[in-house]
Design a protein. Structure first.
Length: 318
């Protein structure tokens, strides 16, 4: 929304500057800016990796619809039917599979996405250990036209036991239409300002027009970047996969207790050691209190003796 507000403000400034330049230069000619198409579909290649796979007519099927669904009981769910061509939908799905070999299953999932015209947007593998199983996290991008089929294939029991599956569809039709309209308006404003450059009455007017053109071009580039991002998101569905390895059972070793004289002697020495340690700890903890009590008792005894001497008085001499 910030970029839309900036674009509208820039367009308004361009119109005001256009009127001022026309009054200053006394030129009443109308400019004929060129128009770009803004029918809701975005033109130009979508943002993809360095060598994205060819996906043929995937852009024609980017407008698909589906509803949110989740399955935590290991059963795959089939996406809804595709939406009408006038809607722009962003599809995302997230699934968790339990498989015997996460690495091998990840390679199969990547192959399924590549065969459908998609690609791997992210991969994160964690090697297993004695206590933790290996796991792999994948982010796959597939054309919307084949998204339901690819999701069903990735949910097949042959790849692993499905633990969870969540699907989501976000309608961005209005957002796409707004950005397309702003791109067209911004391009028209730039074309109109280009026509004023030849009719600028002074150097100040020329500099003002050039500064406005630079600001409008920056806003246009930002809008076009959003346009390309939306086009890519509505052309390719995103499937996030978490592949978990098998759970390792924890085996507890039960040692049979030793019996006999040596076992008793060992247990006795161990008990004696524990008792000695406990006694020494108790003595160490109580020693400060014992010393304090002895000092207080000595002070009390000395005071009692002085008091006793005062009461008895001096001994009479015979």
């Amino acid at each position: 929304m910030t970029s839309i507000t900036v674009a509208r403000g820039a367009a308004a400034c361009g119109v005001i500057l256009l009127a001022g330049c026309l009054l200053l230069s006394a030129c009443g000619g109308n400019s004929s800016p060129s128009s770009t198409s803004a029918g809701g579909a975005v033109h130009g290649p979508a943002a993809a990796p360095a060598n994205p796979p060819a996906y043929g007519a995937a852009s024609a099927g980017r407008n698909a619809a589906g509803s949110s669904a989740s399955a935590g009981n290991g059963l795959a769910t089939q996406p809804e039917n595709l939406a009408s061509a006038s809607e722009d939908i962003i599809y995302t799905a997230s699934m968790t599979l339990r498989t015997g070999s996460p690495m091998a299953t990840a390679r199969q999932a990547i192959g399924i996405a590549a065969a459908a015209g998609g690609y791997t947007a992210g991969e994160d593998a964690v090697s297993g250990s004695a206590d933790h199983a290996a796991s792999v996290s994948l982010t796959l991008k597939v054309p919307v036209a084949v998204y339901p089929a690819v999701l069903a294939e990735l949910s097949a029991p042959s790849l692993g036991r499905q633990i969870a599956l969540t699907q989501q569809a976000t309608d961005v039709t209005q957002q796409v239409a707004d950005i397309d309209s702003l791109v067209t308006s911004q391009q028209d404003a730039i074309d109109a300002l280009d026509g004023l450059l030849s009719r600028a009455g002074s150097i100040d007017q020329l500099l003002q027009v050039q500064q406005q053109i630079s600001a409008d071009e920056s806003a246009l580039e930002s809008l076009q970047a959003q346009q390309r991002a939306l086009d890519h998101e509505t052309t390719f569905a995103t499937i996030s996969m978490t592949l978990q390895g098998p759970l390792h059972a924890v085996h507890k070793r039960h040692h049979q207790a030793a019996r006999g004289f040596l076992a008793g002697l060992t247990a006795g020495w161990r008990a004696l050691g524990h008792a000695t340690t406990a006694a020494l700890e108790g003595l160490g903890a109580g020693l400060p209190f014992i010393l304090l009590a002895a000092i207080l008792a000595a002070a009390a005894l000395a005071a009692w003796r002085r008091l006793a001497r005062r009461r008895t008085g001096p001994t009479p001499v015979p």
